[in-house]
Design a protein around this ligand. Structure first.
Ligand SMILES: [Zn+2]
Ligand SMILES: [Zn+2]
Ligand SMILES: [Zn+2]
Ligand SMILES: [Zn+2]
Length: 156
């Protein structure tokens, strides 16, 4: 049995698997959520650095596929009502269509852009830094200002 499968594999041109996200063929592993080849690079990630240099971590943390699997939802993430409900539409679309996905959401729902509650600048929830305070979103600049004035007010 094993001899036969081995022989058959040898005949084929050796094709190196590549990471489905960045195309590198280095140290690879398969994703637990969807069984795709991906860089085995979580060790590159520096704790609390928020860097996005790890394919494996990016797929696990910033996609619906990874989330859906981690939360043990039934069915496929693309038509999962729990995933849809767990995120505001903008983030749902981001997690379903960003570059950390092997497969993207085919018909992402439309959404209105999120604006900073203080200055009105558009904040891209997937790509920009922001602070959330209750129902409000603050862009980084406004959050910074707010923090500084708070600091001054509470300083004795
Ligand atoms: Zn990669
Ligand atoms: Zn996946
Ligand atoms: Zn789900
Ligand atoms: Zn602002």
């Amino acid at each position: 049995m094993t001899g036969e499968t081995k022989r058959r594999r040898k005949k084929r041109k050796e094709e190196k698997p590549r990471c489905g996200l960045c195309g590198k063929s280095g140290k690879l592993t398969k994703t637990e959520c969807c069984g795709q080849w991906i860089c085995d690079d979580e060790d590159k990630y520096v704790l609390f650095s928020y860097a996005r240099n790890s394919c494996h971590r990016n797929h696990r943390r910033y996609t619906l596929c990874g989330y859906h699997y981690a939360e043990e939802h039934p069915g496929h993430w693309k038509d999962c009502p729990i995933c849809r409900n767990d995120f505001e539409t903008e983030l749902y679309v981001y997690y379903g269509t960003n570059e950390y996905n092997f497969e993207k959401l085919e018909n992402p729902p439309a959404y209105l852009p999120t604006r900073c509650s203080k200055c009105g600048e558009i904040i891209s929830l997937g790509y920009d830094g922001y602070t959330r305070s209750g129902d409000e979103y603050w862009c980084e600049a406004c959050a910074q200002k707010e923090m500084e004035s708070h600091y001054l007010r509470t300083k004795h």
